[in-house]
Write a new protein. Structure first.
Length: 397
């Protein structure tokens, strides 16, 4: 049985003045309702009471009837209800220990967005009209939606650079599992080279942030000289900084999408290292370079695309000594400083550090598959070591 993939298609659009004003009011009301509900649930929690979505929905009805919050009736009620549902999901993740306690939304720092379900928008003949609006949105159709499908959810957002986006969630029947192959590849991420494959191929790190570093520093200096507050000049300087960041982010995501799509299409099994990027960026000397490489985004894209197309991604334990182990004989060196990029093993094999690590990752990943271990490595395995360590290459006698 084939599972239909739900996929979000994101487009830019140019709102009219009336549409921009309506959406800005909606963003503010969504933020207000979210913060009010969060405050109510937090106060109830201090009294050792539980408040669920149904109770906050009843609160919303009472808020709309009050004189102070009567302006909530001026916008569509669907995005307000969706904000309460998002808060419920946030609390569910918190109680399941998958996330931290929900935080209040800020007018300046939080993402501006509003979610509409099918009852709050009309999509006909490629024209999208939201509730409380007379005219359809002027969407830039950079790519077509799948034939014969209609969006089930529409999310409108505005980024810090002032750009407007609409994201349409719909079923995509065109995403089907690819035909199985017998190819497997080990992938070692780095800074000098973004990726090094076990086949010996190296993919250059484009260093998107470095290309715009001078322009970004200049824009940030100009922003720092503006008086603090909500002045027009400071807002213009802030948007210029945001536009540079947006340009860097767009280029980085475009590169990662192209790389991950190609790797998933060409290989049945992809083996990566389970890196803790959150801890690695604490290194003050490497934090900027690691953030620019976006290793976490690379892994996320690789995993969901592999799930779409019937591929397998294996994450090897981060403590596996992929760089210090000889991929030819299995000898493990005691020390391997970062400045050593090429080394020769006692068996006579000369290794490039990154290629050798990719080969060892591939061998360890295939061993995990042979043992039937899970894709996500665990810090401790009941009854013994992890499958990665059990099936690691051994030194030949």
């Amino acid at each position: 049985m084939t599972t239909v993939v739900k996929r979000a298609f994101k487009y830019r659009f140019c709102p009219t003045d009336a549409q921009a004003a309506e959406l800005s009011r909606t963003f503010g009301c969504v933020r207000k309702v979210y913060n009010l509900a969060l405050a109510a649930r937090t106060q109830a929690w201090t009294r050792q009471e539980r408040v669920n979505y149904n109770q906050t929905s009843a609160m919303l009805t009472a808020w709309k009837r009050s004189e102070e919050l009567a302006y909530l009736n001026e916008v569509s009620s669907v995005p307000l209800q969706q904000a309460l549902r998002h808060l419920q999901v946030a609390f569910t993740n918190f109680f399941a220990r998958r996330a931290k306690y929900p935080r209040f939304k800020s007018r300046k720092r939080s993402r501006k967005s509003a979610e509409y379900t099918t009852s709050a928008f009309r999509f006909r003949d490629g024209r999208l009209t939201l509730a409380k609006m007379r005219e359809p949105l002027d969407i830039v159709w950079s790519r077509p939606l799948p034939a014969g499908v209609s969006p089930s959810t529409v999310t409108v957002s505005q980024d810090s650079a002032g750009r407007w986006f609409v994201s349409m969630l719909c079923d995509d029947p065109s995403v089907q599992p690819l035909s199985a192959t017998d190819t497997a590849v080990g992938i070692d991420v780095g800074l000098n080279h973004l990726l090094t494959l076990s086949t010996g191929e190296r993919i250059t790190n484009p260093r998107h942030e470095r290309r715009d570093r001078a322009a970004l520093a200049r824009a940030q200096r100009r922003l720092a000289k503006k008086a603090s507050g909500d002045g027009a000049n400071r807002a213009k300087a802030r948007r210029k900084v945001a536009r540079i960041h947006a340009r860097i982010t767009d280029r980085r995501r475009d590169t990662l999408h192209k790389l991950t799509t190609r790797l998933v299409r060409e290989n049945q099994t992809l083996v990566i290292e389970d890196l803790s990027v959150r801890n690695m960026v604490r290194n003050r000397k490497l934090a900027r370079a690691i953030s620019d490489a976006a290793w976490a985004d690379f892994r996320s894209m690789l995993e969901y695309k592999a799930q779409w197309y019937g591929r397998e991604v294996i994450a090897v334990d981060r403590w596996f000594p992929s760089s210090k182990r000889c991929s030819h004989c299995g000898t493990l060196k005691k020390q391997m400083p970062l400045h050593i990029r090429t080394w020769t093993c006692g068996c006579g094999a000369t290794h490039d550090r990154d290629v050798n690590a990719a080969k060892n990752l591939l061998a360890a990943g295939l061993a995990v598959t042979a043992c039937g271990a899970g894709v996500r490595p665990q810090r401790s395995t009941p009854g013994g070591q992890s499958a990665t360590k059990q099936e690691a290459p051994r030194r030949e006698p």
